[in-house]
Ligand binder design. Structure first.
Ligand SMILES: [Zn+2]
Length: 354
């Protein structure tokens, strides 16, 4: 009989709980990782609420690090027992879209996202990783698991937001919403050399974290039009780059309005409602403003992850102030409900495995 493990699952729509599952086995190119630290994500809450449809007994979670438990026969680059990070997206790196350089869109749109979507996620004692040589990264000795785990989604996605916004050295950036990913977009803008980083946020705790992660100033969008404030701070033309981190029609419009002609608007937020996203026509220069609007999911892969881990190792960024709560795995349901209710000033709950 196969060995069993504990998993935290979506039992069905709006239902979560624990389940016993067999410990996964690797195929020739795969790995199985024993989980040591994980984070609970707002995505897990969306998933349980039905955004990707109904799922039965699907293990949740896509942000985790651990130790290699078993390797497929064709995996030569790694050894059992190594401490590894795995990005939230685990593309195949062989299909047409991967070959074109868009690994988040592996096979099909958003197809790089497999954990807790089309296969079991990482909120379990063990999890399966496809195409291990491309998707595993050894964590440097000096980087603890509780920091490394932020490279798996928050850092990669937030930094992508800044990269896609083509932040010029010394340029001006507005980062809309200081969600965990927004905070990392703020940190990423600073790392890319922004001369003025403006965070847009109303929550005092998140405003403080935004300053900690490199915002020069914070604009509260509930106290008047944030675009007017941004123009006062950055100049009448608007900012070079705007980053949308909430998935809000209102904030997306503000991004287009706040950006100068020829500037870049980068979308990181998840747009979960309605059939269309509207672009303000005049601020878009009636379609001729040379403004770029760019979207993306979460760049993954060994090399990307190594770079993110290098930033932590070198002390360029420390994501751990985003950890507001800590739970043992047997209490992950509490962490999930905290995330769903957005109570107690939760930013990210860290899950600790035995
Ligand atoms: Zn692919």
């Amino acid at each position: 009989m196969a060995a069993t493990m504990r998993a935290f699952v979506m039992k069905g729509l709006d239902q979560v709980g624990f389940a016993d599952k067999p410990v996964p086995e690797p195929g020739p190119n795969d790995a199985v990782v024993k989980t040591t630290r994980a984070l609970v994500s707002a995505w897990d809450v969306h998933t349980v609420n039905g955004t990707i449809g109904d799922r039965k007994n699907l293990t949740l979670g896509h942000e985790a690090v651990g130790v290699i438990h078993k390797l497929g026969s064709a995996v030569k680059r790694f050894k059992v027992g190594e401490r590894v990070a795995v990005n939230a997206i685990t593309p195949c790196y062989r299909c047409d879209n991967c070959q074109r350089g868009y690994t988040s869109q592996c096979q099909e749109m958003l197809g790089g996202w497999k954990f807790a979507n089309i296969k079991d996620g990482v909120l379990a004692d063990y999890f399966h990783v496809n195409d291990a040589e491309a998707n595993l990264t050894v964590i440097p000795e000096s980087v603890p698991d509780e920091k490394a785990v932020y490279t798996t989604d928050m850092m990669s996605r937030g930094f992508m937001g800044a990269e896609h916004a083509s932040v010029p050295i010394g340029g001006t950036v507005a980062v809309f919403a200081q969600s965990p990913v927004g905070l990392m977009a703020t940190a990423g803008s600073r790392l890319l050399g922004a001369g003025l980083t403006i965070a847009v946020e109303s929550d005092p705790q998140r405003q403080e974290l935004a300053r900690h992660f490199g915002a020069d100033t914070v604009v509260d969008h509930t106290q008047g039009d944030p675009v007017e404030k941004i123009r006062e701070l950055a100049g009448a033309d608007g900012v070079d780059s705007a980053i949308e981190c909430l998935g809000s029609q209102e904030m997306f419009e503000a991004c287009v309005r706040a950006t100068r002609p020829g500037g870049s608007i980068s979308v990181v937020g998840y747009f979960g409602e309605g059939d269309f996203v509207r672009i303000p026509r005049l601020d878009w220069g009636v379609g001729m403003s040379d403004k770029t609007i760019r979207s993306g999911l979460c760049p993954g892969g060994r090399e990307r992850m190594q770079r993110l881990l290098r930033l932590i190792k070198r002390g360029r960024v420390d994501p751990s102030p985003m950890t507001t709560h800590e739970f043992k795995f047997e209490q992950v349901d509490k962490a999930f409900h905290l995330m769903a209710a957005k109570e107690d000033g939760v930013i990210k709950p860290l899950i600790v495995f035995d």
